[in-house]
Design a protein around this ligand. Structure first.
Ligand SMILES: [Fe+2]
Length: 273
């Protein structure tokens, strides 16, 4: 199974720059790269911050950009999104009974679970008891699961970023659920941080994907501001091979020189004098 993980598009109304960059051009570049290299993927999952200011025009443009895309797309929302405006533009978007943009699907013996961690007017994540119950039910009803969040569900040791993670109380309660079902969770994915991240949460492997737009520079010093810069954007591809999960990162906007090397011994051997 091949899953493409893209995140944090931060689309404004078409024509508006965000952080000095054109998010629509970046999205087009990413989609072109994915279509060229991963048209056989099983899903393209976009883990939120679809829009930067929640504008209807941004969602309409996203809808147009994804129409006819060769890979089935699953959308999530992030702290920059507006849930109601998003749902207006994507009326077929599945959601749970409470109206949160929580949804899940079974694919090849794996349950893909997409979680809504958004709370209005805060950049920190929330995952209330109602949403946690929904997730616990989804995990209880399957043998194998991969869970997607927008917000990082754990602190990362970066003080400025940790202010914006899932809030402490919800994080602790979520952790209990994840630990209960750890034996069946093959991986956790999130966006939000705009950084290439990997690690484990109570032994469960996770990865965080960079943004298609602007990136966060890691900083472990105390600070209440986040250093951001126009570093290389990327998306990630998860290859699920038997019991294993492999995560590849594709710097889709890189346009520097690429050399092709043969892999036989002589091709890498030190040239003879
Ligand atoms: Fe973001």
């Amino acid at each position: 199974m091949r899953l493409v993980h893209l995140s944090d598009l931060h689309l404004g109304p078409p024509g508006a720059l965000v952080e000095g960059l054109d998010p629509h051009a970046r999205l087009a570049q990413a989609l072109r790269h994915i279509a060229d290299h991963h048209a056989v993927a099983d899903r393209l999952v976009i883990t939120g911050d679809l829009a930067h200011w929640g504008d209807p025009a941004a969602y309409d443009a996203l809808h147009a950009a994804l129409t006819g895309f060769p890979v089935p797309v699953r959308l999530m929302i992030g702290n920059h999104d507006d849930r109601a405006t998003f749902l207006n533009a994507f009326p077929d978007q599945p959601r749970d009974r409470a109206g949160f943009v929580n949804h899940a699907e079974d694919l090849g013996g794996l349950r893909l679970i997409y979680c809504d961690t958004v709370e209005p007017r805060t950049h920190a994540g929330h995952f209330c008891a109602q949403r946690r119950d929904w997730l616990a039910d989804q995990l209880a009803g399957c043998d194998r699961a991969l869970v997607f969040f927008h917000h990082n569900p754990l602190h990362l040791g970066d003080p400025s970023t940790d202010m914006l993670s899932l809030n402490d109380a919800d994080q602790a309660a979520l952790r209990t659920i994840l630990i209960t079902h750890a034996h069946k969770i093959v991986h956790l994915c999130f966006g939000h941080v705009h950084e290439p991240l990997s690690g484990t949460l109570a032994g469960i492997a996770f990865s965080g994907v960079p943004s298609t737009l602007h990136q966060t520079l890691p900083s472990l010093a105390p600070s209440d501001t986040s250093p951001m810069a126009a570093l290389e954007p990327s998306y990630r591809v998860l290859l699920l091979r038997g019991e294993d999960v492999v995560v590849h990162q594709f710097p889709f906007a890189f346009d520097g020189h690429v050399t092709q090397h043969a892999n036989n011994w002589d091709a890498w051997a030190k040239p003879a004098d």
